[in-house]
Design a protein around this ligand. Structure first.
Ligand code: GCB
Length: 575
């Protein structure tokens, strides 16, 4: 099985496509001698993402266990590979994709016991979310080394005082208590603009270049580099470790009716995505990722939400680099059953937020955490659950607002009192009032007014859209045609254009691209609400949104040049 990739769509085996249970990955790696013989080297095995429960062995010895997909985990395997003459290491990873009421996302296993209808031991995995439950090793698995005393973590937050950028850093070192730390901040030209020493401190950058979102400034996404150098004196001599962290100096704040980046009102005009494509499923793929970024820039999108789970780290790095603002979402999707509000579920959710914040806290592109999507937030235990979850996330990261995305009613939502920004999904003239585009304006205006009157918080239309089968045309517009998708969006835009002058601070289309789902009567080989097909070709709606997003950028941004920039994304990871 290729890694990274989902295992589901690679073979011709229909059973493997829908397989629920344990799968095993194994391979042998030969390690360089220095790794196995130099005892001042620490050898680490890092798994970018395994769905969902994973157990890892090296040379048959258990080294790690991890619950939940989408987030990385690692194991120090130095002792195992440095203990004998062997320079090879056998890596075995068992993964189980079963979802229970206490996993994230949750699910249930339904046992079909009527033997007149089903074979013995027959069961199905039920879920409450609308995407295919891809599984496997979705992101790279790597071996890397550090010295035995090493830079374990860096925590950077930024603020601005007049024209001076302030970079607060905290560095955690493992392996020794006696070390020296030097810190340099370099600008994009490689000039050192500030220096520091020690494990924590504040760097001052006079006349700082701020990190601005795409289309909000003529030089968006300005990144400094924080160079951290660790030196340790040991009996065997001196040892050093280096780390370079991109740093964007920017601030984020929320008022009653605005979302501010660097003190200026920011309007999210963007998309919701999925990590999803033909054959590789949710597997990480550079060409696909670069294509998606070219399309985002072409579209004039300045933001996306990582619906409905954390995306690959490389995605976040590109967002920093291009100024694409991110609402970073946890895999808290499909939380519907009351059991999924139990202490066991909450405890796991708190841990997932810890892992997510630890991984993504230093990305300037991330401006808000979303702890969940469309939970049954009207159920009684939801109040305590979201209060606790949001408070915990804020304690982990006091520098960013926190939300969850709701489709509950404004007057029964027990989680909404705790969010900083109301993110609301609605599918007017799609899941109800089918075909009746004429009711959208009234219903949408009512939706916004109800939420704002109740909570006095800025609102993002975090999902809206319609399925369109590419190439299907009907005029007057009928559901599933490209014309209907476009007309529905246009009706939404009329209201968004009024309310964004008041308190609506963003609109994110559902969805960037068509994506795979479970098989149901409502889905024709997946969800077709993409404005691009699954192969990333535009539907009519993509051109409509492109016009709109560039117009919005002109109104709310820095007035980009009449000529739109070339859409060829460059990245330090590509040639
Ligand atoms: C939603 C969900 C999203 C679905 C979408 C749809 O509200 O958040 O996961 O795919 O609706 O198309 O039904």
């Amino acid at each position: 099985m290729p890694v990274p990739s989902s295992f589901n769509d690679v073979s011709q085996d229909g059973q493997l496509r829908g397989f629920v249970g344990w799968v095993w990955y194994e391979r042998e790696a030969t390690l360089p001698q220095r790794w196995t013989q130099d005892l001042s080297t620490r050898v680490v095995l890092r798994i970018g993402s395994a769905h969902y429960y994973a157990i890892v062995w090296v040379n048959g010895v258990h080294v790690a266990e991890h619950e939940g997909g989408h987030l990385p985990f690692e194991a120090d395997i130095s002792k195992l590979v440095q203990s004998g003459p062997l320079s090879s290491c056998r890596i075995t990873i068992a993964i189980n994709n079963t979802l229970t009421p206490h996993t994230l996302p949750p699910g249930t296993i339904l046992y079909r016991t009527d033997t007149s209808m089903y074979p013995n031991h027959y069961f199905v995995q039920n879920t409450n979310f609308d995407f295919f439950n891809y599984a496997g090793l979705h992101r790279p698995v790597v071996l890397y080394t550090t010295p035995t005393t090493y830079i374990d973590d860096i925590d950077v937050t930024t603020s601005v005082d007049q024209n001076t950028g302030l970079v607060h850093y905290q560095i955690s070192i493992q392996g020794s208590e006696h070390f020296q730390l030097e810190v340099y901040l370099q600008d994009e030209e490689g000039n050192i603009v500030a220096r520091g020493t020690g494990g924590r401190g504040q760097l001052q950058v006079p006349n700082a270049h701020l990190w601005w979102p795409y289309l909000m400034h003529e030089h968006p996404a300005y990144l400094y580099s924080l160079e951290v150098r660790l030196t340790v004196q040991t009996a065997a001599g001196s040892m050093s470790d280096f780390y370079t962290l991109p740093v964007g100096i920017r601030t984020v704040a929320v008022t009653k009716n605005q979302f501010l980046i660097n003190g200026k009102p920011f309007y999210f005009h963007g998309v919701n995505k999925h990590e999803d494509s033909d054959i590789r499923g949710r597997g990480f793929d550079w060409p696909l990722l670069m294509k998606d970024f070219n399309l985002l820039l072409w579209l004039g999108a300045n933001a996306f939400r990582t619906s409905h789970y954390p995306y690959a780290e490389e995605v976040m790095q590109l967002c920093d680099q291009y100024g694409i603002v991110v609402i970073d979402e946890s895999p808290g999707v499909g939380i519907k059953l009351s059991q999924s509000y139990s202490n066991q579920s909450l405890q796991h959710h708190l841990e997932v937020m810890e892992e997510l914040v630890r991984r993504d806290k230093n990305h300037p592109a991330v401006v808000m955490w979303s702890v969940a999507n469309e939970p049954t937030s009207f159920l009684e235990p939801a109040g305590y659950y979201f209060k606790t979850l949001i408070a915990h996330t804020k304690a982990l990261d006091p520098s960013r607002p926190v939300t969850f995305v709701t489709n509950s009613k404004y007057d029964t939502d027990l989680g909404a009192p705790y969010v900083d920004v109301i993110c609301v999904n609605s599918y007017l003239s799609w899941y109800h009032d089918c075909g009746h585009l004429e009711v959208i304006q009234l219903q949408l205006a009512t939706q916004f007014e109800n939420w704002y009157r109740t909570y006095q918080k800025p609102i993002i239309q975090s999902e809206y859209g319609a399925d369109a089968i590419t190439g299907l045309h009907q005029d007057p517009p009928l559901m599933f045609s490209e014309e209907y998708q476009k007309s529905l969006l246009e009706q939404y835009h009329l209201v968004l254009d009024q309310k964004r002058k008041e308190y609506v601070v963003g609109e994110l289309i559902w969805n960037f691209a068509d994506f795979m789902t479970d098989q149901t009567r409502e889905r024709v080989i997946g969800n077709k609400k993409g404005i691009f097909t699954r192969q990333r070709q535009p539907k009519g709606a993509a051109f409509l949104l492109r016009e709109r997003y560039w117009k919005l950028a002109n109104e709310t941004g820095y007035h980009p040049a009449a000529e739109k920039p070339p859409y060829l994304v460059k990245s330090p990871f590509t040639w």
